[in-house]
Design a protein around this ligand. Structure first.
Ligand code: MN
Length: 240
């Protein structure tokens, strides 16, 4: 959908240039095992909390690069594409040692960003409800306390990384920061939702004000989707 819209908007020379750009999502071969999922909404859908340019670069360049790097590694090492993304990360040590860092960074980046786009959306924010709200009360003492602890973890995280709310099979929630593109799937856990605190996620709009970004980001959370993921985690059907 994104590709079609861009194709219509841009002249054929511009489209050809984009296809040759190795940083672009459009450089992916059709038969590549790992695919960049399209953004499920327009790049400006999360404004004013996350600006369109940041979303475009973040999805079309950064996420695309993780997918492209993973596909490049899979080309020479067929064992990488033999299992689903979540199993690849959970069984990282089953791979030959020289491959592990590449897979850790790029499969992790692919999984983290795929979860990230899905759990945000236009008209987001507000409060979680139903079973999820009850679980948040049980594990954190309420939604505001969850937000405070989550934002603190994001502010304290040195350098680049993520803050995740993990969910266990019994529904128990936890706050888990991770450096770089490390995925909680590496530890046999699932992220219910999470926030990307790499500078590429916020710098154009917020510069060094990570705390302001962390606070504003809650206005983008798609609680319906997060509730679906919560139910899937308890049913054992959540993948990434
Ligand atoms: Mn990112």
């Amino acid at each position: 959908m994104l590709f079609t819209r861009r194709t219509l908007m841009l002249g054929s020379a511009a489209v050809a240039a984009m296809q040759l750009d190795p940083r672009s999502a459009f450089a992916q071969a059709a038969d590549a095992p790992f695919k960049l999922p399209p953004l499920p909404y327009a790049t400006n859908a999360l404004e004013p909390h996350i600006d369109a340019r940041t979303m475009e670069i973040h999805h079309d360049r950064h996420h695309a690069a993780y997918v492209n790097n993973l596909n490049a590694a899979a080309k020479d090492n067929p064992q990488i594409a033999k299992q689903p993304l979540q199993d690849l990360l959970a069984k990282l040590n089953a791979l030959p040692e020289p491959l592990r860092t590449t897979v850790r960074n790029n499969a992790g980046g692919h999984a983290n960003h795929s979860m990230f786009w899905e759990t945000m959306g236009p008209g987001g924010g507000g409060q979680p409800s139903g079973d999820l709200a009850s679980q948040i009360s049980k594990d954190f003492g309420g939604f505001e306390k969850l937000q405070t602890s989550f934002n603190e973890a994001g502010t304290k995280l040195f350098g680049s990384g993520w803050v995740f709310v993990t969910v266990a099979r019994d529904g128990k929630l936890g706050i888990e920061p991770r450096p770089n593109q490390d995925s909680v799937l590496m530890n046999g856990k699932h992220a219910l939702f999470g926030n990307d605190v790499w500078e590429h996620a916020y710098y154009l709009n917020y510069q060094n004000r990570r705390a302001d970004y962390l606070k504003a980001w809650w206005n983008t959370v798609n609680w319906n989707k997060v509730s679906e993921r919560f139910a899937a985690a308890k049913a054992g059907t959540l993948t990434i």
